[in-house]
Design a protein around this ligand. Structure first.
Ligand code: GLV
Ligand code: MN
Ligand code: MN
Length: 419
């Protein structure tokens, strides 16, 4: 993880990603496991801060743990043009989800510097790196941007627990951060004039269109719910089949019901990606099973309606096994349409780029409620994401960084062009 030498160093996106290629490798799944505030994620933050420093950017960690790297020629950070993404990953994720946006931002800033973009009266520009975008450790996606935007209370965020029972507050303290400072940050939000997040595409849209880069139009509404099914723990050998109240059987029925219900709703996606038996022993009938449900649909009422159907299915499956079920919402993000004016401006800058929707969540979706926000996507030839097979060709990654540089240059210079 040796940083390059900054402006004019010839850093490429692929070269930057190669520097962090050993950080957070997952020996079991393959790919990367870089949960927020893990050693891996903290090493990635250091790598980013080192690169920002080498480029002469002013670095800052805000009260919500968002890293900022600033180029502010006039001294003012108001109306800043901001890009960025995240460095945490899902368990066993790909190399590009998040880091591609951060590495591309560094390369785009190099290009802006090389082109002399940003005279004394130009708006500031910054790269922002958001913590816990995936929610893979504490359960709520986009935790840093939600805190910044006031979309989650500090009390709730600090009380979130990881799989080991560690609270977000304790994890922050252990990393040297002060949890008392987290919460809505109107100053940080208020200084963003426009936000553009570049991300690897997480589907096959660009492959099918044979294009390297797209402009984002919208994010599918999505949310996460926890279902806890409580039964009676007992001995696997001495408990007759007729005497059992086994929550694992109810959970299995529920997983099948989720698939059946979602398949009946056009455009719906519903996933049970995590299921935890308590206590979890081969010769132990579980006393409780927790499972997590991810539901997405372009129409928010349809998403919530589908979740209600799952709630009924959970109650029915639990009752059939002599168990009880409780379904609770952990997070919900309404469908987002990105800023139409900004999107159209970017279409002018990148006339070849198609406009694509995404089914994946992003910090840009949270910020969109507060600032003009846009996204760029880079072709992923595998069409796979949240898995080690996620990929971007080096040439496409460079095309993405160039598209980002062009978009940022447009936004940084439109005032001088009278736009
Ligand atoms: C994040 O990538 C999500 O869509 O869950
Ligand atoms: Mn991402
Ligand atoms: Mn992701």
């Amino acid at each position: 993880m040796t940083p390059g030498s900054g402006v004019g160093s010839g850093d490429t996106v692929a070269g930057l990603l190669a520097e962090i290629g050993d950080i957070g490798l997952d020996p079991v799944r393959g790919g990367y496991s870089r949960p927020v505030l893990s050693t891996a994620e903290l090493d990635l933050r250091e790598w980013f801060l080192a690169h920002a420093g080498k480029r002469g950017l002013d670095v800052e960690t805000d009260r919500n743990g968002v890293l900022w790297a600033w180029h502010a020629p006039s001294g003012s950070r108001d109306g800043a043009v901001v890009t960025g993404s995240h460095l945490d990953s899902v368990p066993g994720g790909g190399a590009y989800d998040g880091p591609l946006g951060v590495a591309s931002a560094l390369v785009a800033f190099d290009r802006l510097a090389a082109r002399g973009v940003g005279g004394a009266d130009a708006p500031a520009r910054a790269i922002a790196v958001f913590p816990e975008e995936e929610g893979s450790r504490f359960g709520v996606a986009c935790l840093g941007s939600r805190l910044m935007a006031g979309a989650i209370t500090p009390e709730r965020a600090l009380g979130l627990r990881d799989a080991d029972g560690t609270t977000y507050a304790d994890a922050l303290r252990a990393s040297g951060a002060d949890p008392r400072h987290v919460g809505v940050d109107r100053d940080a939000l208020g200084r963003i004039g426009a936000f553009v997040e570049l991300h690897v595409e997480q589907g096959r849209g660009l492959v099918d269109l044979d294009q390297p880069v797209a402009i984002g139009s919208s994010i599918l509404g999505h949310g996460r719910w926890r279902v806890s099914i409580a039964g009676v723990g007992n001995h696997a050998g001495t408990t007759l089949m007729a005497d059992r109240r086994d929550p694992m059987v109810a959970a299995a029925q529920l997983v099948l019901a989720v698939q059946r219900l979602a398949r009946a709703v056009p455009d719906a996606r519903a996933t049970v990606g995590r299921l935890v038996p308590v206590p979890g022993g081969t010769n132990v009938i579980a006393s409780r099973v927790d499972l997590w449900l991810d539901v997405r649909h372009p129409d928010d009422a349809t998403t919530l309606g589908l979740v209600e159907q799952v709630r009924h299915a959970a109650d029915a499956a639990a009752a059939e096994q002599g168990c009880t079920a409780a379904l609770t919402e952990e997070s919900f993000s309404a469908t987002v349409d990105f800023d139409a004016a900004l999107r159209d401006e970017l279409r002018g800058v990148l006339p070849e780029a198609p406009v694509l929707a995404t089914g994946a969540g992003h910090d840009a979706g949270v910020l969109k409620e507060h600032v003009p926000t846009a996204m760029l996507f880079v072709r992923n030839p595998s069409g796979v994401s949240h898995a080690p097979e996620e990929h971007a060709e080096d040439a496409d990654a460079e095309a993405g960084a160039e598209a980002l540089a062009a978009a940022l240059e447009h936004l940084l210079t439109r005032r001088t062009r009278g736009l």
